[in-house]
Each structure stands twice: as C-alpha cells, then as structure tokens.
Write a protein that binds this ligand. Structure first.
Ligand SMILES: O=CC(=O)O
Length: 310
C-alpha cells in the first residue's frame, strides 16, 4: 500500500510534529488541531491519525486510519466503516498502566487505607487486619493484551485470576477462562471483577442487572469502556450490596455529567478516563512501526478486525 500524505490531529498533534517528519522525510505530513481541520485537509490526505474521526469529515476515501488510542469505538461504534480502509490502533504501554491503576485500588482496599485515614482523623488506635491479595478471587473480563497484563501483574501477588472472553479459550496466564454465559459460578465467588472490554455490539450493556445479580458483595473495576455497563443497574447493585465498591475510569457519557448519581456515591471511586494515556513517544513508535509494516506488506499485530469491532 502506498501512503504519501498523512494528516495528524488530536491532542498530541504538536508533539507528533516534533517526532515524525525527521524519521520519515519521504512523507508529507500535516499536523492540525482538531477544531481547525478543513475539508481540504481530508481531500489532500491518504492517511489519517487521530483519537477519533473529526467533525463531519468522511474517512472513506483514505487508505489508512490509525487510532491514537487503544480503543477504536470512536471510529466504529454506531458508524459505517468502509472495509477497504485499513484501521490500526496504537500499541503501547496501556496494559502496564492499567495494571498499575487496578493494583493501586486493590491494595488501597486490601490495606484499608480509607479506614485508617478515617481513624487517624479521629485519633483512634484501632487495628483492622489487612486482607491478602493472594486470598482474593478475581475475575477479569477481557483476555486480550490489557486483560493479560492485569492478570500477569496480579499473579506476582499470588492471585490466580480467572478470565472471561468471547471464546472461553484457555489463555495463559489465566488459571481458567470462561465465556460470559458460563461465568456464573466464578462471579458468585468473586471478590473483584475487573472489566477491560472494548465497546462492541456484543459488549454494549453487558454488565446489566442480570450480571450484577450474580455478584455477592464484590468490588467492580471498569477500565474498558463506560457503555459496557448499564449505569442504573450498577447503582442498584451498590444499593443492595451485590457490589460493595466500584472503581470507575470510564463512563457511558464523558465527561461524567454533574447530575450523575455516581459522583456522590460513598462506595464509588471516579477517575476521569486516565487509567491508560497515550504518550507521544509511544504513539510515534507505533505509527512508524505500522507504516513500515504496511509498506513492507508485513503482518500487522495492531490491525483492527472491523467485523468484530476491535
Ligand atoms: O481509553 C483509552 C484508549 O483507548 O487508549
């Protein structure tokens, strides 16, 4: 495939302007802020790099589109995609970042940080035994690169994580992998469920009332996509203690609207979609590697299967 004119936008466009042209002086680049993009930029380009499509501009005439994020729902969810436009995504340190994010909240809970912060304020000396991670049962939804990295990290702490995937195929380092419809028993025993799923037709509102009713006082972490969760069902599950604590980095509507009941809930921790951020250096490496492989006709580990939507 012949790529000559590459249009780059999104929050990293200025940093990428300092990283890409020197490495590929044979290509023409345009770096444009998203709100300054014009029809003429799209007419000029044969490739587009950004976090999402921009405004009303069509991507259907391009040869290659590269997502600066790991998730590609911004390009595919409820949108038509022309199958002959190659869609790739950034491969970077997302798994490592998300694993650290999850670990930080798992340890905060196990080591009773919030309890001790409260006792300290009260000047109270009250021992409460920390829990051991190795004694907790953890279920991870999503056995791709990110889910596996979370599982590998938890294994270092003696956890035997169970995975849930579309196929239910055994995948190291999970001690077992189930399909969603087979996961009931694992969910009933789970101390934590970690959701690391892309948004697709199949995962939209997968975490609904039926799902939450399988849990018994479990923690729930969502680092995938907000629309995999039916938020009203989660609020109900927090009320009746199917879920004792929810750690949420992603939401159906972002930014989370001020009137959302999640903001003020005493058993919800909210972060603003920061569990994994694309760094400019990671993005540049992934773009250059993908471009080299496209030109050499080599297999692409980061090509999106548009029919599966991830
Ligand atoms: O959510 C973040 C990403 O898709 O990279």
């Amino acid at each position: 495939m012949n790529i000559q004119r590459i249009l780059v936008t999104g929050r990293l466009y200025a940093e990428l302007a300092a990283l890409l042209p020197d490495k590929r002086p044979d290509k023409a680049f345009r770096f444009v802020a998203e709100d300054e993009l014009q029809e003429a930029d799209f007419a000029w380009a044969d490739a587009y790099i950004g976090f999402q499509p921009a405004g009303p501009f069509s991507l259907a005439h391009l040869r290659w589109v590269h997502s600066l994020g790991a998730g590609v729902d911004a390009f595919l969810w409820k949108r038509k995609w022309k199958p002959d436009v190659l869609l790739t995504r950034t491969i970077g340190s997302f798994g490592e970042q998300i694993a650290e994010y999850c670990l930080s909240y798992l340890l905060r809970d196990a080591q009773c940080h919030d309890v001790y912060a409260w006792y300290q304020e009260q000047r109270q000396w009250k021992p409460v035994a920390p829990k051991r991670l190795s004694e907790q049962r953890m279920v991870i939804y999503g056995t791709g690169e990110i889910g596996r990295r979370i599982a590998e990290t938890l294994r270092l702490f003696g956890v035997s994580p169970v995975g849930v995937s579309r196929s239910g195929r055994d995948t190291p380092p999970f001690s077992a992998v189930y399909r969603h419809d087979e996961a009931g028993e694992a969910l009933a025993r789970a101390d934590w469920v970690i959701a690391a799923l892309p948004l697709t037709e199949e995962t939209h509102h997968l975490f609904d009332e039926t799902f939450f009713s399988c849990l018994h006082n479990a923690g729930f972490i969502n680092v995938g996509r907000g629309a995999t969760v039916e938020e009203a069902a989660l609020v109900g599950a927090l009320e009746n203690r199917n879920v004792r604590l929810a750690v949420l980095d992603v939401f159906e509507e972002e930014p989370l609207p001020p009137h959302s009941p999640l903001w003020g809930h005493p058993h919800v921790i909210i972060t603003p979609h920061i569990a994994a951020l694309t760094a400019a250096e990671d993005a540049a490496r992934s773009i250059l590697d993908t471009l080299d492989r496209i030109e050499a006709g080599e297999p692409l580990a980061n090509a999106v299967d548009v029919s599966r939507q991830y």
